[in-house]
Design a protein around this ligand. Structure first.
Ligand code: LLP
Length: 471
């Protein structure tokens, strides 16, 4: 019944005994990043899938497809898992910052802020979204390897911490300094030179990376900043990559960062924050086996505490920046099944009404997903199909060679773990409007992002008068 080609841990959801029961047999409530479905997923008395107390096919009917569904309980559980693990395993102060590039919206920010987290933004757009969602400015950091003058000015004016990535950031801030009333809170990002196993496009810790100062430059930049009166360096930052299942690279990172901390303090900087970035992976298909949030935090916290003890350093505040592991497993995307093409002896294509514009991850990183038919999750997965999107591009495939029950036009397909890097990476390729997003909780569904309309896509087109069709 599961449409991953991999063996999966999902239970036989259609079995009568499971009605109203949590869906995945091996679900770990404390570790949503290890589940294939949101925490609140159940099968109702008619054998249909529900999330957040809402029947998925009903949501599709009411709000249309494709539809991003976000489960509030799962998102909150992820936030709490980070907070609790930090409190339990790190002997000093700590703060988890939500990497909002994973899914930036006012509603998600409001939830994350209410759960006591901070936030990492990488553009004026993400920053304004965060402020609008009620995230306190002193819990926000602004990243970016090519921040504009306006972005830096906005961050400085609003009291947001600026993560210095390169000399140009320093030049621009020096230039802006005369207009500033308060010193800017600064963090310094450097490339830690740590390799990890993940897709090459989402690896950032190795030396050949566009992000951060080269470690060879660290001392020079720290000395330069010691003489700058417009800013106060309060933190160091490094991020090694994303969708990482290993713990050792993060343990290694702790030592590299503690060395940098010792250097910065020896040069007189009042550095209190050590930000180890994000990167914890999630389970997209059953064969994925990421550490739990608690295991990851524990490994990081113990390594940082130990590295500081070994160097006789006062414990810094420990910051981390999870994105994917906070929101991915809360998300489900609903599609309507449309056309079907059977190529005898070769492949069966099942096309849905979305694709690479609402989820560019398969075509970009060859990512795999798990999906079910929303109204027949327990039916036998008796055929192998390739689920294709509707874009004019052969590579627009969402799931390749997966087992599904025979699906026909109108069936609702639920693709899981789409809460991160789907809506936030969506495009209008082929002038396809971006989907709506609903937040579900206790049987209520709130639209948190309205569906784009085809007319919206024309809003920024300008037709020069000389090209106007002659009437
Ligand atoms: N901090 C920094 C500085 C980052 O660059 C990132 C992700 C994060 C935190 C959060 O990492 P996470 O916990 O989500 O792994 N579009 C790709 C992922 C790109 C990640 C970019 N940076 C994907 O869909 O897999």
């Amino acid at each position: 019944m599961v449409i991953s080609s991999q063996p999966t841990g999902l239970d036989r959801a259609g079995d009568e005994g499971l009605c109203g029961q949590p869906f995945e047999a091996d679900r770990d409530p404390a570790s949503p990043n290890r589940n294939l479905t949101p925490l609140t997923t159940t099968v109702d008395s008619e054998g249909r899938l529900t999330v957040g107390g809402c029947r998925l096919s009903e949501l599709a009917r009411t709000y249309g497809t494709p539809l991003y569904v976000l489960d509030e309980a799962t998102l909150r559980a992820c936030c709490r898992a980070y907070r609790q693990a930090l409190e339990t395993h790190y002997p000093g102060p700590s703060l988890a910052l939500y990497a909002s590039k994973a899914n930036s919206s006012v509603a998600v920010t409001a939830l994350v802020a209410a759960e006591g987290l901070g936030l990492d933004a990488v553009s004026a757009g993400e920053l304004l979204t965060a402020l609008q969602g009620g995230m306190p400015a002193d819990r926000i950091v602004l990243h970016g390897n090519n921040k504009s003058r306006d972005e830096l000015a906005l961050a400085a004016r609003r009291g947001v911490t600026v993560v210095l990535d390169n000399w140009r950031d320093i030049e621009l801030l020096t230039d802006l300094a005369p207009g500033l009333t308060e010193p800017v809170r600064l963090m310094l990002r450097f490339t830690p030179g740590i390799e990890c196993h993940t897709h090459e496009y989402i690896r950032t810790g190795h030396l050949d990376s566009k992000f951060g100062f080269d470690p060879d430059q660290l001392e020079a930049v720290l000395k330069h900043l010691a003489a700058c009166s417009w800013g106060r360096l309060t933190g160091l930052h490094a991020h090694i990559g994303s969708q990482i299942f290993e713990l050792q690279p993060h343990r290694d990172l702790a030592g590299v960062m503690a060395d940098a901390l010792a250097l910065a303090r020896s040069l007189g900087h009042p550095v209190t924050d050590l930000n180890v970035g994000g990167g914890l992976g999630i389970r997209y298909v059953a064969s994925d086996d990421p550490p739990s949030i608690e295991e990851w935090v524990r490994a990081v916290a113990e390594a940082v505490a130990q590295a500081c003890r070994q160097r006789d350093l006062e414990l810094p505040r420990l910051l981390c920046e999870p994105g994917r592991s906070l929101v991915a497993s809360a998300g489900v995307t609903l599609y309507a099944v449309g056309s079907r093409k059977e190529i005898p002896g070769l492949r069966t294509y099942l096309s849905v009404d979305g694709g690479m514009s609402d989820n560019p991850r398969p075509i970009t990183y060859q990512s795999q997903y798990t999906a079910l038919l929303a109204d027949r999750p327990g039916a036998e997965a008796s055929e192998t199909v390739t689920v294709a999107g509707k874009h004019c591009e052969s590579g627009d495939v969402l799931l390749r060679d997966v087992a599904l029950p025979p699906a026909t036009s109108g069936d609702v397909l639920a693709v899981f773990s789409t809460g991160a890097y789907n809506a936030s990476m969506a495009s209008n390729y082929n002038r396809i409007p971006r989907p709506a997003a609903v937040l579900v909780h206790d049987g209520l569904a709130d639209v948190v992002q309205r569906r784009e309309q085809p007319e919206d896509l024309l809003r920024y087109d300008v037709l020069p008068a000389r090209l106007s069709p002659v009437s």
